[in-house]
Design a protein around this ligand. Structure first.
Ligand SMILES: C[S@@+](CC[C@H](N)C(=O)[O-])C[C@H]1O[C@@H](n2cnc3c(N)ncnc32)[C@H](O)[C@@H]1O
Length: 357
């Protein structure tokens, strides 16, 4: 039992914690500005006064100066009063610049986009219902989708697929592969380029995403990749697949149980299903020490849950967790389910094999 009067030390500590949170929220927005305006890239070229940095980035100095004030006092950049120059340390630039999955800028962009749908989600708290995915188009275009593209470029072939015993050999020898919920198709195109003797189908319910996927396939001149619009819950291929993948796509399904069963039935004997998803536990109490949990619960609340409910879905959410995922994979008919680590601590990989006949 807590006493009637709160412990003043605890209240003071929590006040400091709240100030840190508000400061972090503000700095997240300003990191997004730095990413979108090119200020971080310009700052990474060397120490600069506000005038020099504004000129370098082609921006108005007064705004740049105020932004620099937040960057310096927020511990993101350093300031030398002797010459009035601001410096982005190389160790910080590594996480704020470049076309790499380590660049936090696209994630800050996603938070900004999620912020634009707060009124709709708040309405859902009071009235129920969901928010259609069309209202979130910019999430995949400007933020998380961009990060995932870099993740695929850097890690998909070796860091993810390379950890699945026997999979590289199989893909080199020539396998029939399906990627479900392929989005804009970059993972499919990366795999098709790396394994030219295999064929890759990408399926997604979003027509615009499939158009982008096909455009990239054509630009990369890949004869062994193909894309189609379709509902994973209705998957029933003419010929079974040797390998099915689903990257960050199963927990967003309206009917995940149905989709997992369809995947199981669409695999040939001895086939393998590789599901990359979030790396959490199912029970809240088991996620408390996980530093990625608040972000994922938040993204789930502002994106995964309302978009699923908008389609009448079961709203699994992004933090459905390993225990529930294993249970659902077993219910779908997979008898051999293994969970592997990935190069990203916030993701794990489920490797599910069907029995060889
Ligand atoms: C978070 S995105 C991941 C996209 C892609 N795998 C990637 O990693 O970039 C989830 C994808 O699942 C797709 N999706 C959702 N429900 C679907 C369904 N019933 N059938 C097919 N695709 C679906 C969405 O359109 C979206 O492109």
């Amino acid at each position: 039992m807590e006493p009637d009067h709160p412990d003043p030390d605890r209240t003071r500590d929590f006040g400091e914690q709240l100030l840190g949170m508000l400061t972090g929220g503000m700095l997240s927005m300003l990191i997004g500005i730095g990413h979108r305006t090119g200020l971080f890239e310009a700052a990474a070229r060397g120490p600069a006064t506000s005038v020099e940095l504004a000129e370098r980035a082609g921006l108005h100095e007064r705004y740049v100066r105020e932004w620099l004030g937040a960057m310096v006092t927020g511990g993101i950049m350093e300031y030398d009063p002797a010459d009035g120059r601001h410096r982005l340390p190389a160790a910080h630039a590594a996480l704020l610049t470049g076309a790499t999955s380590r660049n936090i800028g696209p994630v800050a962009n996603s938070l900004r986009t999620l912020g634009t749908v707060l009124p709709q989600v708040e309405r859902c708290f009071a009235e129920g219902g969901g928010v259609p995915i069309a209202e979130f188009a910019a999430v995949s275009v400007g933020g998380l989708g961009e990060t995932w593209r870099h993740v695929y470029d850097e890690h998909l072939v070796d860091g993810f697929l390379g950890r699945v015993p026997g999979l590289h050999d199989r893909l080199r020898a020539g396998a029939r592969v399906l990627d479900l919920g392929c989005g804009t198709g970059h993972a499919v195109n990366v795999m098709a380029r790396e394994f030219p003797d295999s064929t890759f189908d990408g399926l997604d319910i979003a027509t615009a995403a499939i158009d982008d996927a096909e455009a990239e396939r054509a630009a990369m001149a890949l004869p062994n990749a193909a894309f189609a619009v379709g509902d994973a819950a209705e998957l029933a291929p003419d010929r079974p697949y040797d390998v099915i993948t689903a990257f960050d796509a199963v927990h967003d399904q309206a009917a995940p149980e149905v989709v997992l069963r369809r995947i199981r039935d669409a695999l040939a004997p001895g086939g393998v299903f590789v599901m990359i998803d979030t790396n959490f536990a199912t029970r809240l109490e088991d996620n408390i020490a996980n530093p990625y949990a608040p972000l994922s619960y938040g993204i789930s609340l502002l994106f995964c849950v309302p978009t699923s409910i908008a389609t009448g879905g079961s709203a699994l959410g992004a933090v459905w967790g390993q225990e529930l995922a294993r249970e659902m994979l077993t219910d779908a008919g997979f008898t051999d389910v293994r969970v592997l680590d990935t190069p990203r601590p916030q993701n794990c990989m489920y490797v599910c094999r069907t029995e060889a006949s």
